[in-house]
Design a binder for this molecule. Sequence first.
Ligand code: NDP
Length: 267
Amino acid sequence: MKNYFADKVVWITGASSGIGEALALELARQGAKLVLSARRADELERVKAATTLPADNVLVLPMDVTDFGLAPVSAAKVIARFGRIDMMVHNAGISQRSFVKDTSLEVYQKLMDVDFFSTVALTKAVLPYMTRQKSGHFIVISSVAGKVGTPMRSGYNAAKHALHGFYDSLRSEVFDDNIRVTVACPGYIKTNVSVNALDEKGNKYGQMDANQAKGMPAAECARKVLKAAQQDRKEVFIGGVTEKAAVYLRRFFPSFLFKMVRRNVPE
Ligand code: NDP
């Protein structure tokens, strides 16, 4: 039987490391054609080589996703190369480690630009092609932080929450064009996300958090994201019992959850 992802054209942002890299490797294993985007072209070339796909089946397309004007130009390049876009994986993201009282407005703007507005810009660039094809799938990497607000991540939480509102709307608007939307909410995944997080001044936080260090391997997360997409899940939670319990408690016992979260405010 043909693999579900075989020959599908899948565009992944944030493909130069972590979950995006793991998604690229798993999709390559399943025979997809890949478009790899992030800022670091050398790292994208490394990931391309690691896929062992024929060179023609991978397009390295370096971009800063906050350069919103580039979105339509980049989408046109993908179409010129492959003729279609079957899946758009909005994975590029940046986290935060700083208190509200200390964090500059510029840092909030950057977090919203990378984690939210970039997905809007790329979605609007890709949508006309998917509408014409009468098929397509947006896979959005949100987070448990898109459902539960925790200290020192106010801007990150806000951006991830915004993704849910936007993509729930989009899902209903594009259903009749056979375009699907899966929003994935990982918990703690073992990547450099905390190292690359922004501090209150917008500098790199630079530390590997204990929760990420002992988190789920990125490859396992990638397999679960793809399984959810294949099953056309609308929303999926990926991670340990603690993170899943937090989402459940937020939904059904919010006061209890808020008390638990308060106890975890760092000194
Ligand atoms: P990484 O820091 O390893 O990966 C982040 C990726 O985003 C990199 O490839 C980076 O590439 C890219 N990126 C960041 N800023 C930009 C930009 N301006 N333009 C283009 N690309 C950019 O962390 P993860 O792999 O963990 O993060 C991937 C996604 O998973 C994020 O959306 C994150 O919020 C989410 N997530 C992660 C969790 C975790 O515990 N790890 C938990 C829940 C969600 P480059 O630097 O080359 O531009």
